[in-house]
Design a protein around this ligand. Structure first.
Ligand SMILES: Cc1cc2nc3c(=O)[nH]c(=O)nc-3n(C[C@H](O)[C@H](O)[C@H](O)COP(=O)(O)OP(=O)(O)OC[C@H]3O[C@@H](n4cnc5c(N)ncnc54)[C@H](O)[C@@H]3O)c2cc1C
Length: 517
């Protein structure tokens, strides 16, 4: 993974290619008037779509074709090859399409197909809720709002967000944005006009304080109330705070855009950072601070970073990667005090620090649901359709614990793509009550994490395993690690083997009988 290739790939498709080169199930990438274009066949008919994923520009030609869809190698978005329509987040936009002609043994790409304008008056969805209120303008919330409109829902939607910013790319906050290599305009998920155009009422700086399930009403921080037809709770999670009394300097946490900005500002005045927590956020922050020339020491209680999630092999690899970039580790250690100039470890060692960041986990924001009497068990309990025990109230994203078909257990995960897909499914199910076609949430969990120029992709969910198979060479950045439990593949982590990650995901879907588009 990395940045999209800037030079134009393959042949000029307006000049044509041999018809035999365009094969069903395979992608041929070329270019048309400066745009990379992917050619393939669906039921024998040639189709041409944009070759770059609208999410981060992933090269779709290296993705996986499944039926008449294509999946992006970087973060597993999926698109229809026939229409270019985005089927699965994390992409939030569609692919452009081109007209093609097959004649005299050649395939030629013609002009860009015009996108049909969305109907000014949408077809009403029969029996749909009178209004939808979404609590939380994060990954799950924004995708739910967008999906409702895409599905033709024409009644009021309110997206209520505690923070001051319209929905943004949270994963970037610890990566390129913090490192200084992503510009500010990458961060919002949609331009401000989107909410107006889609008639989504976006309420920022607005806290929902209470849910009155009997009255189907929410109470806002200023005491005003709003009625809802259907409700989605997508309140995400909050960083766990350190249990260290009276720190002698500010301790930074990273969840919001404001947190990331504050960290950037502080890093500009800092020489030595101590990161407390050797998991994903802590390590990504360490990498980004190194890119800013700050010295970094990472402290964590575990013997190896990420070992609990990814195993010893990946843990050692990640540690080596960070050490090669100048990070020092104090593992098997925790902090006992923080003064104005240092972090003091339980061992008594003083680590000089003018910047302290803690990434020691998050807890789901379940209080609203709890106070409203919804079913709770280390998250908000939802069924396979993401509905809570109160009809008409759904939960999605970091807060939701759902019955996962792949593990046979109830799980809650903290992954961007899962939150977005849950937002999509919850939205469809709000409308499906009427149509009677509810959609099970069957997504195989997927996440990625980026350290310098290395991205680790992970599909599946393994809290424990009894065997690990390492295929390839981690030190050469070319590897797939398979986690097995009782002979069954439960997860796969990959480094620069994106196709293996996609194939593993598909295999898990096929095993569960849940290949959906
Ligand atoms: C720095 C960082 C990097 C990450 N990197 C990755 C990554 O690389 N890959 C990956 O898979 N995942 C990553 N994640 C995790 C991912 O961002 C989360 O899993 C995802 O954001 C969850 O989406 P969500 O919609 O459930 O919650 P959120 O995106 O957190 O959105 C919830 C929103 O609800 C709002 N809210 C809460 N309570 C209220 C209330 N009472 N009233 C109104 N609004 C409220 C919050 O302000 C928040 O904006 C990262 C997370 C962080 C913080």
């Amino acid at each position: 993974m990395g940045n999209a290739q800037e030079s134009l790939p393959g042949p000029d498709l307006t000049k044509g290619v041999g018809a035999g080169e365009v094969v069903q199930g395979a992608a041929l990438v070329g270019h048309v008037a400066g745009d990379p274009v992917l050619l393939t066949r669906c039921d024998g008919k040639v189709v041409a779509v944009g070759a770059r994923c609208p999410h981060y520009g992933g090269p779709l030609g290296e993705g996986l074709i499944v039926g008449d869809t294509i999946r992006c190698p970087w973060h597993h978005a999926a698109f229809s090859l026939r229409t270019g329509k985005r089927l699965r987040p994390p992409a939030l936009g569609d692919l452009p399409c081109w007209e093609t002609e097959e004649r005299d043994g050649r395939v030629v790409v013609l002009g860009r197909r015009s996108v049909p304008a969305p109907p000014a008056i949408r077809a009403p969805v029969v029996g749909a809720p009178t209004s939808v209120v979404i609590i939380g303008g994060g990954a799950a919330g924004v995708v739910a709002a967008q999906t409702l409109r895409e599905e033709g829902y024409d009644r009021p939607i309110a997206l209520i967000e505690l923070g001051p910013s319209a929905p943004y790319d949270r994963p970037n906050l610890s990566k390129d944005y913090l490192a200084g290599t992503a510009s500010e305009e990458w961060i919002p998920l949609h331009p401000p006009s989107f909410y107006q155009e889609q008639d989504i009422e976006l309420l920022l700086n607005t806290r929902v304080d209470r849910i009155d399930t009997a009255m189907r009403r929410i109470v806002l921080g200023d005491g005003t109330t709003r009625d809802y037809g259907t409700l989605l709770i997508a309140t995400g999670a909050t960083p766990v705070t350190l249990d260290i009394p009276n720190p002698g300097q500010p301790v930074h946490y990273l969840r919001t855009l404001a947190d990331s900005r504050a960290l950037i500002e502080a890093s500009e005045r800092s020489q030595r950072a101590v990161v407390l927590g050797a998991s994903f956020i802590g390590l990504e922050v360490a990498a980004s601070l190194r890119a800013r020339g700050v010295e970094v020491t990472v402290v964590g209680p575990e013997a190896r970073p990420l070992e609990r999630v990814l195993g010893a092999e990946v843990g050692d690899f990640v540690r080596g990667l960070h050490e090669a970039h100048g990070v020092t580790f104090r593992l098997g250690q925790t902090a006992s005090a923080i003064d104005a100039a240092a972090v003091v470890l339980q061992s008594g060692e003083r680590l000089p620090a003018d910047l302290v960041i803690a990434g020691i986990g998050v807890r789901p924001n379940i209080e609203l649901a709890q106070d409203a009497g919804l079913g709770i068990d280390r998250g908000i309990l939802v069924d396979e359709y993401l509905e809570t025990n109160v009809a008409g109230i759904y939960a999605a994203g970091d807060v939701a614990r759902w019955p996962d078909r792949h593990t046979g257990e109830r799980i809650r995960v903290e992954h961007w793509v899962v939150a977005e897909r849950q937002g999509q499914t919850a939205a469809r199910n709000m409308l499906a009550g009427a149509a009677g076609t509810r959609e099970r949430f069957d997504t195989v969990p997927f996440f990625w994490s980026q350290h310098y120029d290395v991205t680790i992709a992970y599909v599946g969910h393994a809290t424990h395993w009894d065997a690990i198979t390492v295929d390839g060479d981690l030190s050469a950045n070319d590897c797939a690690i398979t986690y097995q439990l009782a002979g069954r593949q439960v997860a796969t982590a990959t480094v620069f083997r994106d196709r293996v990650s996609l194939s593993a995901e598909l295999a898990m879907e096929e095993r569960a009988g849940s290949v959906t588009h």
